[in-house]
Design a protein around this ligand. Structure first.
Ligand SMILES: C[S@@+](CC[C@H](N)C(=O)[O-])C[C@H]1O[C@@H](n2cnc3c(N)ncnc32)[C@H](O)[C@@H]1O
Length: 365
């Protein structure tokens, strides 16, 4: 098989869709990785791909039967739909989560470096024991997002870490000569209060402390006596669901998150027959008028992009699944000015608390 990787004719579409036409489904860092493979005639065999958000790298390398690490349900949908859209063979790929063992030797790893350095470390940790002495990792990133931590983390795992020249505002790191290292812990512990530490896998939202907006929402949770069926929307490590379960044991609590690492983290923090975990990027599986109370610190970022389109779509679905007399409480940074969007969806939107940075809204159908 020729080792030329050709992505020129691909049509890659973003999912979730964005109205912002300037947002693209790949960037020059992805192209630089493929250019480097072609120009240096790197053997593409036993290849594994990390953090391919929409499917550009996976589609470009599909002839080499890549293993593809999937962090998010929306990412999985995007990659699969783009492979199908381009009439490529989906059956050639193998999809794994960041917590799976790829279970076979890896010769070439391709990493689009994520914003979370913990997640970058988790990726290196995942492949580190499967690398041969000749294995190479090619990591791409946009120059403006460079941090010296990328090099520090790479050097923990590899003897040689070479940084390329810039090309179209992007760079690559080439990691070779893997070090013999033992797996390290991939779980962070965060102090919630005197009695409880929250655990979460590397790469999950707010790794060092309970997020300040979340903390503010916990202090102002408005749970009512009549609230028995509850949803923690965009649940991350499950800290909001945990706080609710503490206040009102035995109500039916559901947690929804797009990230498999988030859902698996929340399983470390909550258990019980009343707790239900959902790895999904939408609320379609829930019946209309089902929840008494929905609580959320909703997503406002998509990697480096500020993006509230995803949340607005989730708010529309929230209205459908909320009982007629139910209520939806959410926290957001003031500058996002979510009220202008919420009033278009909900008939009643009130401010239940605010401080200098954050605002808590309470919405009814
Ligand atoms: C601001 S964090 C809040 C996490 C957690 N509730 C907390 O307060 O620490 C937002 C979460 O939204 C999740 N998310 C992003 N898009 C989503 C979607 N379409 N559906 C469900 N969750 C989503 C992210 O994975 C992330 O865990």
């Amino acid at each position: 098989m020729s080792n030329k990787v050709n992505s020129k004719k691909l049509n890659i579409v973003r999912y979730p869709h964005s109205e912002n036409k300037s947002l693209r489904a790949w960037n020059s860092a992805d192209e630089y990785i493929l250019k480097h493979i072609n120009e240096n005639e790197i053997k593409v065999k036993d290849v594994i791909i990390f953090n391919d958000r929409f499917g550009f790298l996976s589609s470009s390398l599909i002839d080499y039967s890549p293993k593809i690490i999937i962090d998010n349900k929306s990412q999985e949908k995007s990659i699969k739909s783009n492979i199908t859209l381009n009439k490529l063979e989906l059956s050639k790929c193998e999809f794994l989560t960041p917590l799976d063992n790829p279970n076979s030797p890896i010769e070439l790893s391709i990493i689009k470096i994520p914003k979370s350095m913990d997640l970058f470390r988790l990726y290196l940790n995942q492949v580190s024991e499967l690398l041969e002495s000749e294995s190479v990792i090619i990591c791409g990133f946009m120059t403006k997002y460079f941090t010296s931590q990328m090099l520090d983390i790479a050097k923990e795992y590899f003897e040689e870490v070479e940084q390329s020249l810039a090309w179209k505002k992007s760079r690559i790191l080439i990691l070779s000569k893997p070090k013999q290292i033992k797996h390290s812990s991939i779980i962070n512990e965060i102090r919630l209060n005197d009695n409880k530490n929250i655990q979460q896998y590397f790469g999950v939202f707010s790794a060092k402390n309970i997020d300040y907006a979340t903390q503010y929402l916990i202090e102002n949770i408005n749970i009512k006596e009549t609230d028995n069926i509850i949803l923690d929307l965009a649940s991350g490590n499950g800290v909001l669901a945990y706080a609710i379960n503490e206040r009102k044991a035995n109500c039916e609590i559901h947690l929804v998150d797009d990230s498999i690492l988030a859902v698996e983290s929340s399983k470390l923090n909550l258990n019980g027959e009343n707790i239900h975990f959902h790895y999904t990027d939408n609320l379609k599986e829930f019946d209309e008028n089902y929840f008494d109370f929905i609580i959320s610190n909703p997503p406002s970022h998509f990697e480096y992009e500020t993006n509230i389109e995803i949340s607005i779509e989730l708010f529309r679905e929230t209205k459908r699944i909320l009982k007629t007399d139910g209520h939806f409480q959410l926290v957001a940074s003031k500058h996002l000015n979510l009220k202008t969007h919420l009033v278009k969806i909900f008939s009643d939107v009130r401010i239940s608390a605010e401080n200098k940075k954050f605002i808590i809204y309470e919405c009814c159908k």
